[in-house]
Write a protein that binds this ligand. Structure first.
Ligand SMILES: [Zn+2]
Length: 56
């Protein structure tokens, strides 16, 4: 799973916060939160090969 490695590299340890319909492809876009602090850390769509890290 190449995309999972990409998520590990960019987002690190994470858990799923919620899943919405990807505005680009219509499949699953997943929002991730930090497992300990529960702060949102990023979102990703594996179909679009898209990863965004949120910087606060
Ligand atoms: Zn997508």
């Amino acid at each position: 799973m190449h995309f999972e490695f990409l998520l590990d590299a960019i987002l690190g340890e994470r858990q799923i916060f919620h899943i919405i319909e990807c505005p680009v492809c219509g499949l699953e876009e997943i929002y991730y939160e930090n497992a300990k602090t529960h702060r949102l850390i990023g979102r990703a769509c594996s179909n679009c090969n898209f990863v965004q890290k949120f910087d606060f």
